[in-house]
Design a protein. Structure first.
Length: 221
């Protein structure tokens, strides 16, 4: 298998796809590309391996199978290795985990736009009404998952799962922009941040030389 991802410092969707690949336990080759620059645009035009994703990352190649979109990649890998590796076994927590992942996949536009992922930066952000609403919603979901289903470990549903994969970039955003969170959320964020895979990704992001000025505005590397 080959996983094509974008800049580790900035690409939240790539982080999700990469964490899903690591969670699968399958061996894969990793290819990182520099997004938004002229070289990346030329690469998309010249190399057929980036189709049919339209040049979006992450992109997973597995023999003749091509899968793009981080959630589709996660589900494809879950089909290969067993869904219990990614989702809670019991119906009730699994249903909530899937709903939380779907909401993360399609919502929180204020958080995405006002707090772009930038692992190397530390900045303050103005808490607009829309951004505050996103933050409160996320914290409420974390609180319910932890209270109802998190007794088996430090993650949202106890053990590391698809829900943690999809909210890991949110943890990075909360850290980057100094979002104040209650104690239970801080403990969860610490568990995500200290996870071996997350630390591996962060170290690689810090070592990258690429910068994207649009995502560095207001932040200090």
């Amino acid at each position: 298998m080959k996983l094509i991802i974008g800049n580790k410092n900035y690409s939240s969707w790539s982080l999700r796809g990469w964490l899903a690949a690591r969670q699968s336990g399958l061996a894969f080759e990793e290819l990182t590309v520099a997004l938004y620059g002229e070289e990346w645009e030329a690469t998309k035009r010249e190399q057929g391996e980036f189709q049919p994703s339209g040049g979006k990352v992450p992109l997973l190649w597995d023999g003749d199978v091509v899968v793009w979109d981080s959630l589709a990649i996660l589900e494809y890998l879950a089909d290969k290795v067993g869904r219990d590796r990614f989702w809670p076994k019991a119906d009730e927590p699994r249903a909530m985990a899937r709903a939380m992942v779907a909401e993360m996949h399609s919502s929180y536009f204020a958080l995405r736009h006002q707090c772009p992922m930038n692992l190397r930066a530390r900045a303050k952000v103005k808490l607009t009404e829309d951004l505050q609403r996103d933050i409160v919603r996320i914290l409420s979901l974390w609180a319910e998952a932890r209270a109802r289903f998190g007794r088996g470990g430090p993650f949202l549903f106890g053990t590391f799962s698809a829900a943690d994969i999809f909210y890991a970039p949110v943890v990075s955003r909360f850290r980057t922009y100094a979002i104040t969170v209650p104690g239970f959320a801080q403990a969860y964020m610490d568990a995500i941040w200290e996870h071996t895979w997350m630390q591996e990704w962060v170290a690689a992001a810090e070592a990258e030389e690429w910068t994207i000025s649009a995502f560095d505005v207001g932040a200090t590397a």
